[in-house]
Design a binder for this molecule. Structure first.
Ligand code: ATP
Ligand code: MN
Ligand code: MN
Ligand code: MN
Length: 291
């Protein structure tokens, strides 16, 4: 869980040491204390004491076995660094309630300096797999999770880039606001996921809006890749807003047609089961997507 309170309880030396661990991580899976002390430019004894405090707060973890000894960032430490940057840039001022727990992320309502409500999506890849590998040895486990942090950053970077290009080109997606490390800040959409909406006024209209959206995306060169009832928010006026982009693929991907058909099928199946709505009309990759 994200602990917003820790933002207040960190000294500048602690911040230096935490930043040093992150910098050391760029070329060390486990960052040796000597390197941390060197980057932080504190006396070895001080770094030693401070790293112990960071470990107690769960912002770094120490890995020690016969072969290796060193430190790495935890998700907690990475969250802290990302939030600190957002706060410095003014894009986040305070953290509110958690609104979503996806498989791959935690989603919070946050506010900026002008008290505008926004959404903070923290990517957390490897959460499930992390449990699955519990039987493995300690070192392997923690080593794994270091690369999950890297993968989560990649997911956030991709998500922000896709969101930006879509938003700038008039697609119905949240406005991207900022991105740092494994986090994305975006517009808060005042709507619920399709999954939670028990009554849709005009299923036929929504169905064709969604099919048109899939085709428009593909004509623009992109396939969402996870186009389902959880990733479509429906506004009061019935308009859909699309979210959740890290997995998007290009229509020049070798399996593009398969991804495209899967998105289409996902909506057809949902409308059939949930609204008893079935249409003969649905887009075909070869016909509807100009390549
Ligand atoms: P999944 O498990 O489907 O991959 P995820 O972890 O990638 O999900 P998202 O789908 O991006 O996360 O977000 C999770 C939930 O948070 C959404 O289903 C939605 O309820 C809420 N949410 C996300 N972004 C927004 C937003 N911009 N405005 C309002 N609600 C949002
Ligand atoms: Mn999903
Ligand atoms: Mn989702
Ligand atoms: Mn997702």
């Amino acid at each position: 869980k994200l602990d917003a309170k820790i933002l207040r309880y960190m000294t500048s030396d602690e911040f230096r040491v935490l930043t040093a661990v992150e910098m050391g991580s760029k070329n060390h899976e486990l960052v040796p204390l000597s390197l941390i002390a060197q980057i932080a430019a504190l006396r070895h004894g001080n770094s030693h004491k401070i790293i112990g405090e960071l470990a107690k707060k769960n912002l770094v973890s120490k890995i020690k076995n016969a072969k290796y000894e060193g430190y790495r960032l935890t998700y907690g430490g990475y969250d802290y660094l990302a939030l600190k940057t957002f706060v410095k840039r003014g894009s986040v001022y305070s953290v509110g309630n958690q609104i979503g727990v996806g498989k791959e992320s935690d989603v919070y309502i946050v506010a900026d300096e002008s008290e505008n409500q926004l959404v903070l999506k923290i990517h957390r890849l490897g959460r499930v797999s992390f449990r699955a590998i519990k039987s493995k040895r300690d070192y392997l486990q923690k080593r794994k999770s270091a690369s999950w942090i890297y993968m989560s950053r990649l997911a956030a970077t991709k998500e922000y880039a896709f969101m930006k290009v879509l938003y700038d080109n008039g697609f119905p997606v949240p406005q991207p606001i900022d991105q740092v490390r494994h986090c994305v800040v975006m517009e808060l959409i005042d709507a619920y996921p399709l999954r939670q909406i028990t009554e849709v006024k005009d299923p036929g209209k929504l169905y064709s809006d969604l099919m048109n959206l899939i085709v428009r995306l593909a004509q623009y060169g992109l396939i969402h890749g996870d186009f389902n009832e959880f990733n479509i928010l429906v506004k009061d006026n019935g308009d859909p807003i699309l979210i959740d982009f890290p997995q998007m693929v290009s229509i020049s991907h070798p399996n593009a047609e398969w991804y495209f058909n899967r998105d289409i099928e996902c909506i057809r199946t949902y409308f059939r089961k949930r609204y008893n709505y079935e249409s003969m009309l649905y887009p075909k990759f070869q016909l509807d997507v100009n390549r």
